[in-house]
Write a protein that binds this ligand. Structure first.
Ligand code: FMN
Length: 386
């Protein structure tokens, strides 16, 4: 992996996979076609539904690279499920009643998130990149993806997770800081205070040489320049794409992101049973204090309530996932987001983007890997010199 390579590609930006509907084929295709790396979120879907989205994306994206994100299944503490979950459900009953909904149950595929069927499908019909969150895939699976020609990415939130992840030899790590929107990808479902991104990047860089994709609160090219200087090879942005027309998030959610009445984000288990960052609204404020660490049980319990709230245009009972930089999210096409980030990056690193060799040491890049992926040759910015 050559040191300067990141600067030979258009934009070192990965569009975060966003489960729950926000990042479907339209957004992923728009990002990949504009020179970033688009991602599908397979979480909460059946393998069949994931397969249908992959087929749709392949049509839209042509020969450009893209990724698919999987949830690594874990198990809730049975004691929490037996004792605390029923109490929480009882407390949520009035929320459901108010919206004419019923609390939900975990569907048959929900505990494993259809893991075996999804991994089998992605091995049978390989995609360019597969990323994992909420845990570490087994080394045999990482090896099988490598043999199938698929690059693998593991999400980490601590240096310890990074050390363990490096042991299964993925191609890249996503380093997710506390600033990030939605769920913390930490492998257990503990309540430890998450690390800020810059601190975490330094801690992870100290334990592994793997290329790192930085995630959490990144909204501008200058911030991306900062994480590249801090040892990252690229940046993964979620919230920055939430207001794009290609993003399929519900309208009241998009409106809330632009509404000055929402003034803060916070980590909470109230919606899903796992710590996740969202805009502070009534539901979060009322239920955060006693939400149990039961995931995905709480996610499926509250899903019908959140859906009914979205249908009723009531953002106060929805999960308004947002990173700490949400105020900077703009309503503009994904290609414009990428063009703006690229222009801001050029303001910082302009000389490095000339065809000549860069003037000094530059961060290691994931992008040689991306350029080896099918269709990457004709990305604006061209093929790297071998
Ligand atoms: C609405 C939403 C849904 C998300 N869903 C996923 C997911 O399914 N898988 C995943 O690995 N990360 C998911 N994330 C986290 C992102 O990968 C990333 O860490 C985060 O968006 C970075 O912070 P930012 O939102 O401030 O850019 C999600 C983020 C958001 C905002």
């Amino acid at each position: 992996m050559s040191a300067d390579s990141v600067w030979r590609t258009p934009v070192p930006v990965v569009q975060a996979p966003m489960a729950g509907g926000a990042s479907g084929p339209a957004l992923a295709a728009a990002v990949s076609r504009a020179g970033g790396l688009g991602f599908l979120a397979a979480g909460y879907k059946t393998a069949e539904a994931m397969g249908a989205e992959v087929r749709e994306l392949r049509e839209l994206v042509g020969d450009r690279p893209f990724g698919v994100n999987l949830f690594v299944p874990g198990a809730s503490d049975p004691g929490v499920v037996d004792r605390e979950l029923p109490v929480y459900r009882a407390r949520l009953a009035s929320e459901a009643e108010r919206l004419g909904a019923e609390l939900g149950d975990v569907p048959p595929y929900g505990v494993s998130d259809d893991w075996h069927a999804k991994t089998a499908l992605l091995l049978a019909e390989p995609v360019p990149v597969v990323s994992f969150t909420f845990g570490c895939p087994p080394v045999e699976l990482v090896d099988a993806f490598r043999a199938a020609g698929t690059a693998t990415v593991v999400t980490v939130t601590t240096a310890r997770e990074a050390e363990l992840a490096a042991g299964v030899r993925p191609d890249v790590l996503v380093v997710q800081g506390a600033e990030a929107g939605a769920h913390q990808g930490r492998w257990d479902n503990a309540s430890d205070e998450p690390y800020g991104l810059l601190t975490l990047l330094a801690l992870v860089r100290a334990v592994t040489d793997l290329p790192l994709i930085a995630a959490g609160g990144l909204m501008t090219g200058r911030q991306i320049a900062a994480v590249l200087a801090a040892g990252g090879s690229a940046a993964q942005l979620g919230t920055a794409f939430l207001r794009c027309p290609e993003c399929a998030a519900p309208a009241p959610y998009k409106a809330a992101l632009a509404d000055p009445c929402f003034t803060a984000t916070r980590l909470t288990r109230a919606f899903s049973g796992r710590p996740a960052r969202g805009l502070v609204n009534r539901f979060l404020t009322e239920h955060d204090a006693y939400a149990p660490a039961a995931y995905p049980e709480v996610h499926y319990a509250t899903a019908p309530v959140r859906r009914a709230a979205a249908a009723a245009g009531d953002p106060e009972a929805m999960a308004l996932w947002a990173g700490q930089g949400w105020r900077l999210a703009r309503e503009e096409p994904a290609a414009d987001v990428l063009a703006r980030l690229a222009a801001e990056l050029r303001e910082v690193f302009g000389p490095w983007r000339t065809p000549a060799e860069p003037p000094g040491p530059a961060p290691a890049g994931i992008l040689p890997d991306l350029r080896r992926l099918p269709g990457a040759d004709d990305l604006p910015g061209g093929r790297a010199t071998p």
